[in-house]
Write a protein that binds this ligand. Structure first.
Ligand code: GRF
Length: 199
């Protein structure tokens, strides 16, 4: 199976998928990596793995909708079976969702529906929860609201700060991402309302 990964930052989740895909038995490989900005480690990781990259910046287009259409076209060129947002900090629009809405995965660093948005671990700490985790889901038009594929729990320790908690979540998150993407591409999936079924 062909995977396109979208990134905006360090790309450690991307790296986990690149590493997994190096084994032919995994059943999927990253064929391209897209970003919404230049100069990020995620793009360097892709280049180091010999994977082609592209950048589509919102500010290079007259409207958000034009950017959305351009991003959709770039991803379409690579004929992906699955698109994975791995720390991609942009909400895609209607063009993208029309093309990939049933095969666009995102990983979020809390147990949704708690603490959506870009400061998940910080918000979880501030709330004082004792358990948090990571959620893999199919993206819909909302922010972190789509049908859930899998979740993994992570304990919050009394002496955690944002950084220690974020790192503990990321370890579990990467493992979950690799396991579940492998399972999805090998088994297939259907989405019925909010329910994701893997046969
Ligand atoms: C992940 O923890 C993801 O949940 C959050 O940003 C992080 C991306 O990290 N939205 P990386 O770029 O994969 O290292």
């Amino acid at each position: 199976a062909r995977i396109v990964v979208l990134v905006s930052g360090s790309g450690s989740n991307l790296q986990a998928l690149l590493d997994a895909g190096a084994d032919p038995g995994y059943g999927a490989r990253v064929v391209a990596v897209g970003a919404d900005r230049d100069g990020i480690a995620g793009l360097d990781r892709a280049a180091a793995a010999g994977v082609s990259t592209f950048v589509e910046r919102v500010k290079d287009y007259p409207t958000r909708s034009d950017w959305d259409a351009a991003l959709t076209a770039r991803v379409t060129e690579h004929t992906p079976d699955l698109v994975v947002s791995a720390g991609f900090l942009k909400l895609v629009g209607p063009h993208f969702l029309a093309a990939f809405g049933d095969r666009y995965l995102n990983t979020h660093n809390t147990l949704l529906p708690a603490f959506p948005g870009i400061h998940g671990p910080r918000d979880a700490l501030a709330y004082g929860v004792k358990v948090t985790g990571a959620t893999l889901f199919f993206v819909d038009a909302g922010t972190d609201t789509g049908p859930i594929v899998a979740q993994v729990t992570v304990p919050v320790w009394d002496d955690d700060d944002e950084q220690t908690l974020t790192e503990r979540i990321k370890e579990a998150e990467r493992r979950q991402l690799v396991e579940q993407v492998g399972r999805l591409v090998r088994e297939g999936w259907t989405i019925t309302g909010r329910k994701v079924t893997v046969p």
